[in-house]
Design a protein around this ligand. Structure first.
Ligand code: 13P
Length: 255
């Protein structure tokens, strides 16, 4: 009923030649893909153009960040309207990450700013992939549900129901990102069900059941099937393992 998604967040990795090699290799191995999940790749913004213009490309593309402002004197920023404008004809660029924990941590992005980014994307016809997740200290002090609840409510719950339906949520416990330490499938399922219950309380069951919630944090070929088998886990947001065609395809085929 809801979309299954495997998204590769390339972060600040791969240079031009590596991007092209990835795409050529991936295209040539498309027949190995056995899953009908939606595949998204989120490269660094400077390579969006390369990704969009590669022929034979039937996967979706997303940016990793956008500005909370419409336009103006914000040096170094890229607006949601620019992202939309960029790919107006080919319609490949559908998504943009919002609130990845690395942006929250290193660029001090708070829920109120992230709510504005979500607004700019929706106004421009792009789908936010809204990231949330607790740090180790929250889990150890058992405040992880409260923490994630605040991220979801403050970042998303100002939206109208039809707007919220444009959003994909990614739960990424910070302690599991790039550490090799994955949340157990029970821990992940528990949080995904909790997030869905928050949406159900505010927007109703039907909306809650229509929203894809992805898991991210050391997701790899060895653990992807067990995670994706959980009833409230609708796919993955993959970091390191999305940089290699082999492991990315294995994860996609874990559905
Ligand atoms: P890793 O898969 O490298 O842990 O990264 C997860 C992530 O941050 C995806 O956005």
């Amino acid at each position: 009923m809801r979309k299954k998604i495997v998204a590769g967040n390339w972060k600040m990795n791969l240079l031009d030649e590596e991007v092209i090699n990835f795409i050529v290799d991936f295209n040539s191995r498309k027949n190995e893909i056995e899953s009908d999940s939606e595949i998204i790749i989120l490269p660094a913004s400077i390579y969006l153009d390369t990704m969009i213009s590669m022929p034979d490309w039937d996967i979706k593309i997303g940016a990793q960040n956008c500005s909370q402002f419409n336009n103006g004197a914000y040096t170094g920023e890229i607006s949601a309207a620019m992202l939309r404008d960029f790919d107006y004809d080919s319609e490949n660029l559908h998504y943009c990450l919002v609130g990845h924990s690395e942006r929250r941590e290193y660029f001090n992005e708070q829920n109120d700013v992230l709510a504005e980014k979500v607004n700019r994307l929706i106004e421009n016809g792009l789908k936010p992939i809204y990231c949330c997740g607790e740090e180790l200290q929250h889990r150890e002090s058992e405040s992880h549900f409260d923490w994630v609840q605040a991220q979801i409510e403050e970042g998303l719950f100002h939206l109208k129901e039809e707007e919220l339906k444009q959003v994909v949520i990614a739960y990424e416990p910070v302690w599991a990102i790039g550490t090799g330490k994955t949340a157990t499938s029970n821990q992940a399922q528990e949080m995904h069900a909790f997030i869905r219950s928050l949406i159900a309380k505010k927007y109703g069951d039907s909306t809650a059941n229509s929203i894809s919630i992805l898991y991210g944090g050391s997701c790899k070929p060895e653990n992807a099937s067990e995670l994706f088998d959980q009833p409230d886990i609708d796919g993955g947001l993959i970091g390191g393992a999305s940089l290699k065609v082999d492991s990315f395809i294995q994860i996609i085929n874990s559905f």
